[in-house]
Design a binder for this molecule. Structure first.
Ligand SMILES: Nc1ncnc2c1ncn2[C@@H]1O[C@H](COP(=O)(O)OP(=O)(O)OP(=O)(O)O)[C@@H](O)[C@H]1O
Length: 505
């Protein structure tokens, strides 16, 4: 039974609209000029902010109502101290962030080839942000003298660079909306100073003193990360009551965007996704002692250099929880033990990875009530099996819609996932959470596709209900599906390019 008092099952959450990213088809864009005219060189500037994600994939986007309003807005309940109080706290946060002065990273992609190398690189990285307060140091286990060293290094770095490398909001020209999630909006930007494209995420923070330190700590961790499997962060700055976080732009976009626009992802590529995510998780855990807590396709990004990286880890704790109007963390990628209120462990991330891998390979969310909506290459042939519920699905399935000639209508939209809109084929979020806890885990199986046994076993090992039985990232990386992969970086490049150039809608 689920614990009804579990805050995860009674979240305060806005019905914030959310949308999908619109990756540019330009892998190496030429410098635009500021303003609207600059948009043309980056493809059609479609605004994606208004487009909603389908319901059911994330509880936050569905039925749950906020219990608090955005600070400073009418009806705000967390402004108990009054607006003045909030303003002064926001001002303090601004000050702190300004002090933090997160240093920009190199604008080129990380060329480190292994997580081990990344770790070394990280330890030798020069971080101007180390000059911030000591409570903002990462959990990487640095000693006091280590901090001192870092401080020295950072000021040396600053001297050398003369503070020139700090990314500032005024250096950025807005190019295109990439999407909006619960945490904020993401925009593709042109960094005039550096002459390159970046992504800027704007997050509205509720700067209560109790969370300010934690926010700074998380920003620090983001800045300290250096791994080829983690999206690089270039800096942050206060923008009114927002925090602007500038990061590496991933030109193929997020994996959920890719599969929705290009169909399900080939299982061989999915294997490389698994490998990259596991390396990223291990890096975060081994080096920074943090757990991602929000692994899902929209937080896994690809680029046409053939890289796959995870993002949004640092904003998975207090920073996100402090975002006005939102409740974060309850999603349908959540592991059974988390739903039941157990603390996060790295195994919770492994569960979320397993669910995400099935989603990418099938082209639909595994708990979808509409298995026929799998986004596959080419129209499926109308066989008897098309009319049966998918064996991997616990839910009763809607029968597919037919064209006049009797063929199955190909869905080009994302699968509805768990439909929350009422009707005969819907399941409430609470039912779904109950289901995740009480029913067998989904499997990598489809009536329409055959997957390699190695892949199916790998996913099964990610999705043991008991976290004790579930494999660790290290164990998973040693499994046949990963070690026998023949997919090269070039293959990944070709694949990413094909997704950018051959969107089907
Ligand atoms: N560095 C980036 N490069 C390119 N696109 C990005 C980048 N970061 C985010 N995006 C796009 O912007 C979209 C919105 O990102 P955001 O992190 O705000 O929300 P989300 O991950 O989709 O949802 P949630 O808030 O529930 O985690 C993503 O789906 C992704 O496609």
């Amino acid at each position: 039974m689920l614990d009804s008092t579990n805050p995860l099952l009674n979240p305060s959450r806005s019905t914030t609209s959310s949308s999908k990213p619109i990756p540019s088809s330009n892998a190496t864009p030429s410098p635009p000029t500021a303003g609207t005219s600059s948009l043309s060189s980056f493809g059609t500037p479609k605004s994606s902010i208004g487009r909603k994600k389908p319901p059911g994939l994330d509880i936050s986007k569905s039925i749950l109502k906020p219990t608090r309003a955005a600070p400073g807005l009418p009806g705000s309940s967390n402004n108990a101290g009054g607006n003045d109080n909030f303003v002064s706290e926001a001002a303090r946060l601004r000050e702190d962030i300004a002090k933090l002065q997160l240093s920009s990273r190199s604008t080129s992609s990380n060329s480190i080839d292994s997580p081990i190398a990344a770790i070394h690189s990280d330890s030798s990285s020069t971080s101007a942000s180390a000059s911030m307060t000591s409570d903002a140091t990462s959990g990487a286990g640095g000693s006091g003298s280590g901090k001192e060293k870092k401080k020295k290094k950072s000021s040396k770095h600053k001297e050398k660079e003369g503070g020139e490398d700090l990314v500032k909001d005024e250096d950025l020209d807005m190019l295109q909306d990439l999407g909006a999630g619960n945490g904020g909006t993401v925009t593709k930007v042109w960094n005039k100073k550096r002459g390159c494209v970046m992504a800027r995420k704007l997050i509205l923070v509720d700067a209560k003193p109790s969370v300010r330190k934690q926010i700074l700590r998380e920003l620090q961790i983001m800045n300290d990360c250096a791994s080829p499997y983690i999206v690089s962060y270039y800096g942050c700055f206060p923008v009114d009551v927002h925090v602007g976080i500038v990061m590496e732009y991933m030109d193929a976009g997020s994996l959920d965007y890719i599969y929705r626009h290009n169909g399900s992802i080939s299982i061989d590529i999915v294997g490389k996704v698994a490998e990259a995510v596991l390396h990223g998780l291990m890096y975060l855990y081994d080096v920074h002692r943090i757990i991602h807590r929000d692994i899902k396709p929209s937080n896994i990004l690809a680029n046409t250099a053939g890289e796959i990286k995870i993002c949004d880890f640092g904003v998975s704790g207090e920073l996100i929880n402090s975002i006005a109007n939102t409740f974060v963390g309850t999603s349908t990628y959540m592991s059974p033990e988390r739903i039941q209120g157990a603390p996060y462990t790295i195994k919770s991330d492994v569960w979320s990875l397993g669910i995400s891998l099935i989603e990418l390979a099938l082209g639909r969310f595994p708990f979808s009530d509409s298995p026929e909506a799998e986004l596959e290459e080419g129209p499926p042939s109308p066989t008897a099996s098309d009319y049966d519920p998918d064996p991997t699905l616990p839910l009763s399935s809607q029968r597919p819609k037919l064209n006049q000639d009797g063929s199955v209508k190909k869905e080009r939209r994302r699968s509805k996932g768990v439909s929350l809109g009422g009707g005969g084929h819907t399941m409430s979020i609470l039912d779904l959470l109950q289901h995740i806890v009480n029913e067998p885990a989904p499997k990598l199986a489809s009536r329409r596709k055959t997957f390699p046994e190695e892949a199916a076993v790998f996913v099964e090992d990610c999705l043991y209900k008991d976290p004790g039985e579930r494999k660790s990232p290290q164990e998973l990386l040693a499994m046949d599906w990963i070690t026998n992969s023949k997919v090269t970086k070039d293959d990944l490049r070709v694949w990413a390019l094909s997704t950018v150039h051959s969107e089907k809608d």
